[in-house]
Design a protein around this ligand. Structure first.
Ligand code: ATP
Ligand code: MG
Ligand code: MG
Ligand code: MG
Length: 460
C-alpha cells in the first residue's frame, strides 16, 4: 500500500505516458476532492483517479484542472498503477492509475463535431436509443472517427494484408516495382478516366498499373508486384467503388498455362487470410463488436469453377444470366450463395470469362475466342480480383485495342514493347479496400479507406 491509502497496489510503477483524454467525468465524486480521467492510448483505455492528497502533492487546484479538461485533449499522466479500492483480490487487468501529475500537452476544442463514443456505437446500441453518428459526419471528421477500436482494427488488418502479400510474393521470387501514375493514354479504356493537362499535353491518371507492369515483364523482370494508388473516375455511387483505391497487382511470365496465375492466387490469399487470423484476433473482435460478422470460410485448396459452370448453377437456381455477358452485383452475390451452399467456401475463382467483357489486352481461349484465359475471384459473393493471361502478339493486341475503341497512338510504346521480344505472361489486380471490406463482412468500402475519394468526396 502506497502512502497509507487503502488500495492494494500491483507493483507500484511510475509510468509517465502520453495519452489522450477521452472523457474526464465531471462531478462523479463529491465536491472537488476527486476527479477522473479516462485516458486512451491506441486501442487501450485506463481510468485515472486524481484525489486531493498532501502526501502525493495533489492539490485541490489540480483536481479542478483535471475536471475541466476537454474531451480528446492530449495529456501526459504521471502516477501509480493500482488496483481499484473496491476490487476483489485476484488476477485482473482492471487496473487504474492513481495520478500524481497531469499535464495538458494540447487541448482539444470544448465542443467537438464528433465524439469517438458515438462513432463507435454498434447498430444494436443505436437501435436501443443510444446516440450514433451518420456516415457523412464520420467521414467529414475522419480524424476523430479513425480513433474508434473498429477503425484502429481495420487499418491494422489492412497493414497485415500487405505484409502477407509481400512476404508470400517475395518468397516466390517476385520483386516490387512502382509504375507511373501519369499516363498519355488510358490503360483500361471506357469513360472512368481522370483526364488532366500535362504541361500542355493531354494525359490521364493510371486506372491500373496494367501497361507498365506488363512492360516490366518485357524487360525481363519475370515476376513483379506493386502496391499503389489506382484512379477511376467512377460515375456511379456504390458501396464498393472509390475514385482512388489501393491496387495490389501482380504480373508474371507463364510457362505453359494461365492456370499458373490462378494457382498463385489460390495459395497467396489463404496465406493472407491465415496471416490476418494469426495476428489480428483482437482487431477482429473489436470490429465484430461494432459490426457483427461470421469468420470467412475458405478452403486450404482454393475452389476453381468455369464461368460456364457458374452460369449453369445460376440457371438451375432459376436465375438468368447472359453466358456471354458479365455478372452484375446481384448475380455475383447469388452465385456466391450457391457456391457456399454447395462447396462450403466463400472464397473462389471463376475462370474462362467471355472475351467481350474483358479488357483489350486479354488473351482469348485457343479453343474458342468467345471465351478468354481470364478469371475473377470472389469473397462473400463479390469481386475482389480480375486476372488473365495477356496478349503478347503486337498485331493481335493492336487489333483488339482498336476493337475496344482505344486510340492506339496513345499506347504505342506499350504495344511496341511486344515487338522487342516478350514472353507469354499474365497477372491480376486486387483492390485492397475491397479485400478488407469483404473479409470483415462490412457493407461499405468507405469504411476501409483511410480518407475515401468517391464521386462526391474530395476531402478531408
Ligand atoms: P467492378 O466489377 O466491381 O466494377 P472491375 O471489374 O471494374 O470491378 P477491375 O478493373 O477488374 O475492376 O480491377 C481489379 C480490382 O480492383 C477489382 O476486382 C476490385 O477489387 C478493385 N476495384 C476496381 N474498381 C474499383 C473501385 N472503383 N474502387 C475500389 N476497388 C476497385
Ligand atoms: Mg468497374
Ligand atoms: Mg468486374
Ligand atoms: Mg474486374
Amino acid at each position: 500500500a502506497k502512502n497509507g491509502k487503502k488500495v492494494s497496489t500491483v507493483k507500484p510503477k511510475r509510468r509517465p505516458k502520453s495519452k489522450e483524454v477521452e472523457r474526464p467525468s465531471k462531478g462523479r465524486s463529491g465536491p472537488t476532492k476527486k476527479g477522473f480521467l479516462i485516458v486512451r492510448q491506441k486501442g487501450s483505455k485506463v481510468q485515472c483517479v486524481v484525489a486531493e492528497s498532501k502526501e502525493n502533492h495533489v492539490s485541490v487546484d489540480m483536481v479542478k484542472f483535471v475536471r475541466q479538461l476537454n474531451r480528446e485533449s492530449f495529456v501526459d499522466v504521471i502516477g501509480y498503477v493500482v488496483l481499484p479500492k473496491d476490487h476483489v483480490t485476484g488476477a485482473t487487468q482492471q487496473v487504474e492509475i492513481q495520478v500524481r501529475k497531469v499535464y495538458c500537452v494540447n487541448s482539444a476544442l470544448q465542443m467537438l463535431p464528433l465524439y469517438v463514443e458515438d462513432a463507435a456505437r454498434s447498430e444494436a446500441d443505436i437501435q436501443a436509443g443510444k446516440p450514433g453518428a451518420n456516415q457523412d459526419t464520420r467521414l467529414n471528421f475522419r480524424v476523430i472517427d479513425l480513433r474508434t477500436p473498429t477503425n484502429q482494427g481495420i487499418f491494422s488488418i489492412q497493414s497485415w494484408i500487405q505484409i502477407g502479400w509481400r512476404e508470400c510474393l517475395l518468397r516466390k521470387g517476385f520483386i516490387e516495382i512502382h509504375s507511373p501514375k501519369l499516363l498519355a493514354g488510358s490503360s483500361e479504356g471506357g469513360s472512368a478516366v481522370f483526364r488532366l493537362d500535362y504541361k500542355g499535353q493531354p494525359a490521364c491518371l493510371a486506372q491500373s498499373p496494367q501497361l507498365h507492369k506488363q512492360m516490366a515483364i518485357c524487360a525481363d523482370f519475370e515476376r513483379v508486384f506493386e502496391v499503389g494508388a489506382v484512379y477511376r473516375a467512377e460515375d456511379s455511387f456504390t458501396h464498393r467503388h472509390l475514385c482512388e483505391f489501393i491496387g495490389l497487382d501482380v504480373e508474371m511470365a507463364i510457362h505453359k498455362h494461365y492456370s499458373e496465375i490462378m494457382d498463385l492466387v489460390g495459395e497467396l490469399f489463404p496465406f493472407i487470410f491465415n496471416k490476418i487470423n494469426e495476428n489480428c484476433q483482437k482487431e477482429l473482435e473489436a470490429i465484430r463488436k461494432q459490426y457483427p460478422f461470421q469468420p470467412l470460410k475458405f478452403l486450404p485448396k482454393t475452389l476453381k469453377l468455369t464461368f460456364a459452370e457458374g452460369i449453369q448453377m445460376l440457371k438451375e437456381a432459376g436465375v438468368q444470366a447472359d453466358p456471354l455477358g458479365d455478372l452484375n452485383t446481384e448475380t455475383e452475390r447469388k452465385l456466391g450463395e450457391l457456391v457456399r451452399e454447395k462447396y462450403d467456401t466463400e472464397f473462389y475463382i471463376l475462370h474462362r470469362y467471355p472475351s467481350a467483357v474483358r479488357p483489350f489486352y486479354t488473351m482469348p481461349c485457343a479453343d474458342d475466342p468467345n471465351y478468354s484465359n481470364s478469371f475473377d475471384v470472389f469473397i462473400r459473393g463479390e469481386e475482389i480480383i480480375s486476372g488473365a493471361q495477356r496478349v503478347h502478339d503486337p498485331e493481335l493486341l493492336t487489333e483488339q485495342a482498336k476493337r475496344f475503341g482505344i486510340d492506339v497512338e496513345t499506347i504505342k510504346t506499350y504495344i511496341d514493347s511486344f515487338r522487342y521480344g516478350a514472353p507469354p505472361h499474365g497477372g491480376f489486380g486486387v483492390g485492397l479496400e475491397r479485400v478488407v471490406m469483404l473479409f470483415c463482412g462490412l457493407n461499405n468500402i468507405r469504411k476501409t479507406s483511410l480518407f475515401s475519394r468517391d464521386p462526391l468526396r474530395l476531402a478531408p
